[in-house]
Design a protein around this ligand. Structure first.
Ligand code: CMC
Length: 436
């Protein structure tokens, strides 16, 4: 970051002396006012619950222009990455800053595929879960448990540990998600097959059984790879900020990523893909396209507590570029599966059209986000609805690690320790039980 020529001056109406605050430029996007010395200078904190105006860190990984609907990974537009690159190239880009050349790609793919198996003990750990456990409950446990299996990569301050932990997490997430699925359906776990692509191997571990030959469908493989690319990183969103805050205490990378998985689960974040598909299913059950008007009325009624899931975003005030790409993929997958007339897809398109013409959504700049169509694609691939958010977690793992490693390498990094505006009781004395 670069110090700007101008500075901000904060003045107070009660006559307290004003303070000058430095301003920094990034390479693109809003400038920031540096308030780090504000408390020392004034005895005051800033107040910004929900981080509406707060840059919590500097980062060179992902840039979003919410007004333009633009998403860049290390400067590359998401549309170009989704069209010209595969997921592991994207992982290399996010982790190391550059797209790999042929040799670097070969080496990276080799390093990742070398680590796709998980410790055999992991299946006994999994056995402790109920068969009907939500996959995200299982994933939170399994990812945290990796720290108990890989003691040689738990020191976050050691660059070699960070590197091997990064590779292990990227390599093992598909294995763990597929194991969580196989466990819930009571089928045998399928070991990874390292001659398959990253997405192809995942499809194999999910849908193959030891009884029959499984052939990876290249259209579904490419679609899944694109889902992974689109979800790989998204700057300082809730789960990434959780990973950074958790990792800032110096905890091990597996524990920090487990915290990210837990945060992602919520319906306002990664859980929205599952919630969006359930919402479409409910509308379909209650009358389908004909009933969209009634549903929209409910959404607009603040007392109903109903939201249009897969719509709206804190940063995008325009069409989420990932939603456009996902809609394309949706069409391709439905065609491949002979589901061109899929009623949920038709319903989603009709719902989107009506919402985009409605003043409630227009005035609030609410557009479809990545989760609006991703559930339809995943369902067509055969992924069960409760597993959707686990797929998101799998794909986002690289972003979480890239951000965590960037933080640890940042000379300005400190343990994250927000402050508060205290509104509770002032000091008082404990009364004996009889007088309370
Ligand atoms: N349906 C109906 N109204 C909405 C929606 C929605 N999906 N999203 C926002 N609004 C309204 C909201 O009620 C508020 O109205 P008002 O100004 O009258 O009070 C206004 O739009 C601004 O919304 P907000 O809640 O202040 O915005 P936020 O930035 O705090 O929340 C959000 C962003 C994504 C949590 C929210 O839009 C939402 O809950 N969307 C549905 C869940 C969803 O699809 N989440 C996935 C996000 S993208 C993938 C990811 O990050 O994991």
């Amino acid at each position: 970051m670069k110090l700007a020529d101008n500075k901000a001056t904060l003045s107070f109406s009660n006559g307290s002396p004003s303070v000058d605050l430095p301003v920094y430029h990034g390479s693109v996007g809003p400038d920031v006012v540096d308030i780090r010395k504000l408390y020392a200078q004034t005895g005051m904190f800033t107040y910004d619950p929900g981080f509406l105006s707060t840059a919590a860190c500097q980062s060179a990984i992902t840039y979003i222009d919410g007004d333009k609907g633009e998403l860049l990974y290390r400067g590359y537009p998401i549309e170009q990455l989704a069209t010209n690159c595969d997921y592991l190239e994207t992982c290399h880009l996010l982790l190391y800053g550059e797209l790999p050349n042929t040799d670097q790609k070969k080496d990276f793919v080799h390093r990742v595929t070398n680590h796709t198996m998980v410790n055999e003990q992991m299946q006994f750990f999994l056995r402790g879960f109920r068969r009907d456990a939500h996959p995200m409950a299982i994933m939170t446990g399994l990812v945290g448990a990796l720290s108990a299996f890989y003691h040689d990569s738990t020191d976050i301050n050691n660059p070699e540990h960070r590197e091997i932990a990064a590779i292990r997490l990227i390599a093992k997430m598909p294995t763990l998600v597929a194991m969580a699925y196989k466990y819930t359906v009571g089928q045998p776990y399928m070991y990874p097959k390292n001659n398959l692509s990253y997405a192809g191997n995942f499809l194999h571990m999910m849908f193959a059984t030891p009884c029959e030959e499984y052939k990876v469908n290249p259209v579904l493989e490419r679609a899944l790879d694109r889902i992974f690319i689109l979800h790989a990183d998204h700057e300082q969103n809730a789960s990434t900020s959780t990973v950074r805050l958790c990792g800032s205490s110096g905890t091990n990378p597996f524990a920090a990523i487990a915290a990210g998985v837990a945060c992602l689960w919520g319906p306002a974040h990664g859980g929205a893909n599952e919630a969006a598909l359930n919402m479409l299913g409910d509308i379909q059950k209650n009358g389908g396209v004909e009933k969209i008007g009634d549903f929209i009325k409910q959404v607009k009624d603040k007392n109903s507590g109903v939201k249009l899931m897969g719509f709206g975003h804190r940063v995008y005030k325009n069409y989420d570029p990932r939603a456009k790409l996902m809609q394309e993929t949706c069409k391709e997958v439905l065609q491949e599966m002979g589901l061109e007339n899929d009623p949920l897809f038709k319903l989603a398109m009709a719902l989107e059209k009506i919402a985009l013409e409605d003043d409630y959504f227009v005035s609030r700049k609410l557009y479809p986000n990545v989760d609006f169509y991703s559930g339809i694609v995943q369902r067509a691939i055969g992924i069960p609805v409760p597993l959707f958010t686990a797929i998101f977690a799998l794909a986002r793992t690289v972003g979480w690690i890239a951000q965590l490693n960037e933080m640890i390498g940042d000379p300005e990094y400190k343990i994250g320790r927000p402050r508060q505006l205290f509104t509770g009781s002032t000091p008082r004395d404990v009364k004996p039980m009889a007088q309370r």
